[in-house]
Design a protein around this ligand. Structure first.
Ligand SMILES: Nc1nc2c(ncn2[C@@H]2O[C@H](COP(=O)(O)OP(=O)(O)OP(=O)(O)O)[C@@H](O)[C@H]2O)c(=O)[nH]1
Ligand SMILES: [Mg+2]
Ligand SMILES: [Zn+2]
Length: 298
C-alpha cells in the first residue's frame, strides 16, 4: 500500500447541492457526499461543475478543485450545460412569451442549444401556442409538443437530449418534473417520495439536480421561476441575441440601428407587418430599456 492510499483524488460531477453538502457522482456511478476544502468558497460551485475530490470515507469526500467550466447558466444556476429545454405548457399556465424570450437571450448569450417544449398538448391550445409553433419554428428553434399524460412527443425529446447535459427550465407548473419522470424510467417513485416527505400537495421542485440518462448524458430538473435578470451587456449587443432580427436589419437605414427610435427600420417594419410578433418586439424593448438603465447607473 502506498503512503497516500487514504488520500485518493477522484474526478466527479456535482449532481446536487443539499443542506451544505455537495453530491458528487463518479464515472462508475457512485455518489459521494462531499464538503468543500476551506479555500473553496461556498456559493462558487454549481451543480454541473466537474471537480476533483479526496475520499474521506466509503461514501464521503472533500472537494479540492473545480475544473474549468464550458458554460454557466445563471438562471437556473448550473454549469457545463449544452442544451436547455425551455418548457411552457399549452394551458395551466398559458405560455409566458416574455419569459420565453428572456430565457432565449440567456441561452444565446451562452452559446447553448435551445429547444422549446410545449407540454400539456393533450389540452386545448391558444394564440400563444400558435405564435410559438409558427414564429419560433420560423426563426430556427426546434419546437416539440408533448404530453406526459398521453405520451406524445416524449420519444422525440428523448432523442434530442441523448448524450448531452440538458436542463429543464421554465415557469412553475408547466410539467418539467413530469417530463423528467417520463424521460427517466424509474424516476416516478423517487419524486413521489420526495414530495411526500415534504408533505406538500404539489410536486414543486425545490432545488437543482442532475439525473443520469440511460442513453448517456444528464438531465437537470430545476424549480420553476417567473423572472430572470439579463446578463450584463452593451445596448448594441442585445439585437444579436434575438434570432431572426439580423436578416431583417439589412433593411434598416442605419447600419448601427438598434431598432428602437430609428426611422426606416427593417425590424420595426416587420413588427408592423406581423412578421415579428408584437410580444417578441416588446421583449426586445423591455430588455433594451433595462440595459440602458444599467448603463446609466455605472
Ligand atoms: N394535462 C396535462 N397535465 C400535465 C402534463 N404534464 C404535467 N401535468 C400536470 O401539471 C402539474 C405540474 O406538473 P409538474 O411536473 O410538477 O410541474 P413543474 O414544471 O415541475 O413545476 P415546478 O416544480 O413548480 O417548477 C401536475 O399536476 C401534473 O400532473 C401533461 O402533459 N398534460
Ligand atoms: Mg418541478
Ligand atoms: Zn432597425
Amino acid at each position: 500500500m502506498t503512503r497516500d492510499a487514504g488520500e485518493k483524488s477522484v474526478n466527479g460531477l456535482i449532481i446536487k447541492r443539499y443542506s451544505g453538502f455537495y453530491y458528487v457522482q463518479t464515472q462508475d456511478n457512485r455518489i459521494f457526499e462531499c464538503k468543500l476544502r476551506g479555500k473553496l468558497k461556498d456559493g462558487r460551485l454549481l451543480v454541473g461543475d466537474r471537480v476533483k475530490f479526496t475520499l474521506t470515507g466509503s461514501e464521503t469526500g472533500i472537494i479540492d478543485t473545480v475544473l474549468a467550466r464550458d458554460a454557466e447558466l445563471r438562471r437556473p444556476a448550473i454549469a457545463n450545460v449544452n442544451q436547455v429545454l425551455v418548457v411552457m405548457s399549452y394551458v395551466e399556465p398559458i405560455p409566458n412569451l416574455h419569459l420565453l424570450d428572456r430565457l432565449l437571450i440567456l441561452i444565446e448569450n451562452q452559446g447553448l442549444e435551445a429547444v422549446i417544449v410545449l407540454n400539456k398538448c393533450d389540452l386545448a391550445g391558444n394564440e400563444q401556442v400558435e405564435t410559438i409553433i409558427e414564429y419560433y419554428t420560423s426563426i430556427g428553434y426546434p419546437v416539440v409538443s408533448t404530453s406526459t399524460k398521453k405520451n406524445i412527443g416524449i420519444q422525440e425529446l428523448a432523442d434530442i437530449i441523448k448524450g448531452s447535459i440538458t436542463v429543464l427550465a421554465g415557469p412553475s407548473g408547466v410539467g418539467k418534473t413530469s417530463l423528467l419522470n417520463v424521460l427517466i424510467p424509474g424516476m416516478e417513485m423517487k419524486t413521489d417520495q420526495v414530495s411526500r416527505k415534504l408533505a406538500r400537495g404539489k410536486h414543486t421542485t425545490r432545488h437543482v439536480e442532475l439525473f443520469p440518462l440511460i442513453s448517456g448524458g444528464w438531465l437537470a430538473d430545476t424549480p420553476g421561476f417567473g423572472v430572470v435578470d439579463l446578463p450584463a451587456m452593451k445596448r448594441e449587443e442585445l439585437k444579436s441575441l434575438f434570432r431572426g432580427f439580423s436578416q431583417l436589419a439589412e433593411k434598416c437605414r442605419f447600419i448601427n440601428c438598434i431598432h428602437a427610435g430609428e426611422k426606416e427600420c427593417g425590424v420595426k417594419d416587420a413588427v408592423e407587418k406581423g412578421v415579428i410578433p408584437a410580444s417578441r418586439y416588446q421583449s426586445y424593448m423591455i430588455g433594451l430599456t433595462e440595459i440602458i438603465e444599467k448603463e446609466r447607473s455605472y
